[in-house]
Unconditional design. Structure first.
Length: 416
């Protein structure tokens, strides 16, 4: 009897493993606008993707995808660059775009190196700038189906302690709308002076971080010491994972689950950087470490959907990253779920919709360029088949110097 049970168990194991080894996602290369860099930041429930891509001259434009791999250039506010943030069910988008005016304080808030004023905006067939809190610049990162958008804008307070080379003013997390011209300041935690917001849910709860202008930056990496949930405008500290340098909330779903990353209490000997792990937070459990893929050094979550599925990147200590899917407390290398002969190596996943469609950025193995991608679950894919019976991972791809430079600079990237 025991041998029969063992045989059945073994048969079930190998059947599950066989399913897991079959490709579970098909991948669409969304490319660029003729340059060497593209990234997808958001995906609607109907599968349309919003992101940003470089032109041949190196300037950048926000885009909305159409049929297949087509993309529509969303334009700018008079300057050379724009960048996509979030997309809602009505295909209305939150983003930011440069104007043609130089910043009077010489700031480079959006990080393009142009020192042009950069404004938060909404795209609904055309770009409409959003108000700031008295400063010159701002960024809209996300929008919900009610038409509320969230992000960060400068106020009018000059602050000599700011750590960014060209930053002169303090900045605050904000909530815009749903009425035109409506803007609400989201205060930082007590003792902090600045903040930014990266995500919001359907009820207007907002996720982000706060700190001081000396230890908080928005671009190219959104980093701060204190992860925050704003509940009806009230800031709530989400805690930490034992460290004290980095804690940022990057995503939130309608159930109030928050994801993000925070530094660990100790650093790796001989490594100059800070080790951060992804977390999931709920009101009942607090902040919980979700680990990494395999023995990777750090993990950096981005979005969490209403099913509790999370996507992001898991990276080694040299900054080589791979996209991950996390669900049911298991983190999987997304590259292990796509065809083995795919020309794209999925480096970072930024968004996942309610159907499990994932969007992000990938390295073209042939050229070394970075492209936006959309990964769609195959019709036969199930929740169980997306979590292999044996934890599966691919070999990390060592990035080209061009890809590494673009990754380090990834202007306006949501979260990290």
């Amino acid at each position: 009897m025991k041998s029969i049970v063992t045989s059945i168990a073994a048969s079930s194991f190998f059947a599950a493993l066989a399913i897991a080894q079959q490709p579970q996602y098909s991948v669409t290369d969304l490319g660029t606008f003729g340059g060497s860099f593209g990234v997808a930041y958001s995906v609607s429930n109907e599968g349309r993707v919003a992101g940003a891509a470089n032109m041949p001259d190196g300037t950048q434009r926000g885009f909305l995808s159409g049929i297949g791999s087509t993309k529509y250039d969303l334009g700018t506010l008079g300057g050379p660059n724009s960048n996509m943030g979030g997309l809602n069910a009505s295909n209305v988008m939150a983003l930011f775009a440069e104007t043609s005016k130089k910043d009077p304080l010489g700031q480079d808030f959006c990080g393009y190196g142009t020192n042009l004023i950069c404004l938060p905006a909404i795209w609904n067939g055309a770009l409409t700038p959003l108000p700031t809190l008295g400063g010159n610049n701002g960024i809209a990162f996300a929008i919900n189906d009610a038409g509320q958008a969230t992000g960060v804008t400068e106020n009018s307070t000059k602050d000599s302690t700011c750590s960014q080379a060209h930053q002169a003013l303090d900045f605050e997390a904000v909530l815009w709308g749903p009425n035109p011209g409506q803007v609400q300041s989201l205060p930082p935690l007590p003792g902090d002076t600045v903040g930014f917001a990266l995500a919001l849910n359907s009820s207007g709860q907002v996720a982000g971080a706060s700190g001081t202008c000396a230890n908080t930056v928005v671009v190219p990496f959104a980093l701060a010491p204190h992860a925050v949930l704003w509940d009806h405008g009230t800031p709530i500290s989400l805690g930490n994972l034992g460290g004290a340098m980095v804690a940022v909330a990057a995503g939130i779903n309608d159930a109030g689950q928050v994801d993000g990353a925070a530094d660990l209490p100790s650093e790796i000997p001989g490594f100059p950087g800070v080790q951060v792990h992804g977390f999931v937070w709920t009101q009942s459990t607090g902040m919980q470490d979700i680990g990494t893929v395999g023995s990777d050094f750090s993990s950096l979550p981005e979005q969490i959907n209403n099913k509790g599925q999370m996507v992001g990147a898991s990276c080694d200590d040299m900054g080589n990253c791979r996209a991950f899917l996390w669900q049911n407390k298991v983190m999987v290398d997304l590259n292990s779920l796509i065809p083995a002969n795919s020309p794209l190596y999925l480096m970072w996943a930024f968004a996942i919709n309610e159907e499990g469609v994932i969007a992000g950025m990938a390295v073209d193995a042939g050229t070394g360029d970075v492209h936006a991608f959309r990964a769609t679950p195959n019709p036969t894919a199930t929740a169980d088949s997306l979590l292999p019976a044996v934890q599966s991972e691919t070999r990390l791809m060592s990035l080209s110097e061009n890809a590494r430079r673009l990754l380090r600079r990834r202007v306006g990237m949501i979260g990290w």
